[in-house]
Design a protein around this ligand. Structure first.
Ligand code: ADP
Ligand code: AMP
Length: 213
């Protein structure tokens, strides 16, 4: 099963992708996580990606598409995957479709987690991320047992640079201009599913499970 998570930054794509990954045993592939791992390790790709990420802009398609295609070609992805944060532009979606068509394959579900802009600033200013294991929390909606410390690995949590309000505004603009058109793109392909992302995360997940069942 090949699933794409669509939605604004902070809509809950990563949260739901992790839950889907656990329940269905599919790898969770996040281009944002791949970029952040590269930044942490000081790679050339990381240095290049950081310039765009810190400005709230998209990393250019050429770079992003290559890392994604390399990742989904790995052995653990052969029975499917959940894509979180990819595609973010129509050309990225077209490259993915072409690669899948060549394998006689296709995207099964594109799930749009719908959250209005008013809720996004609150979601992102409260998000706390673990740079060691990639876990995500929220100070109000998904708090850790000990404030500022990851429940899973004990590392310190951070507020992502790109979750600061001034960058969130730019990211939302980029989302509406470059990523939102993917909703229509996947609707035309007959694989679009919409879920209300404003409700409790377990309720969002229940809606997704009934779609995938
Ligand atoms: P995305 O991957 O779309 O950028 P995340 O999954 O990281 O978004 O979620 C953004 C923030 O909102 C996180 O802090 C997360 O814990 C919180 N969150 C996710 N889903 C919900 C929800 N349904 N209700 C409240 N907060 C949520
Ligand atoms: P995310 O973790 O999905 O919120 O992504 C964080 C940032 O990484 C985005 O704001 C972009 O700068 C970059 N990024 C992640 N995925 C993509 C993508 N598919 N295309 C372009 N840039 C991306």
């Amino acid at each position: 099963m090949k699933i794409i998570m669509l939605g604004a930054p902070g809509a809950g794509k990563g949260t739901q992708a992790k839950m889907i990954s656990e329940k269905y045993g599919l790898p969770h592939v996040s281009t944002g996580d791949i970029f952040r791992a590269n930044i942490k390790n000081g790679t050339e790709l990381g240095k290049e990606a950081k310039k765009y990420m810190d400005a709230g802009q998209l990393v250019p398609d050429e770079l992003t598409v290559k890392i994604l295609l390399d990742r989904v070609a790995q052995d653990d992805c052969k029975n499917g995957y959940v894509l979180d944060g990819f595609p973010r532009t129509i050309p990225q979606a077209e490259v993915l479709d072409k690669a899948l068509t060549e394998l006689g394959d296709k995207v099964d579900f594109a799930i749009n987690v719908d959250v209005p802009d008013e809720n996004i600033i609150n979601r992102m200013s409260g998000r706390r991320a673990c740079v060691t294991c990639g876990a995500t929390y929220h100070v109000v909606y998904a708090p850790t047992k000990v404030e500022g410390i990851c429940d899973k690995c004990g590392s310190e949590l951070i507020l992502r640079d790109d979750d600061k309000p001034e960058t969130v505004k730019a990211r939302l603009e980029v989302y509406h201009k470059q990523t939102q058109p993917l909703i229509e793109y996947y609707d035309k392909k007959g694989v679009l599913k919409e879920v209300d992302g404003t409700v409790d995360m377990n309720e969002v997940f229940n809606s997704i499970v009934s779609i995938l069942a």
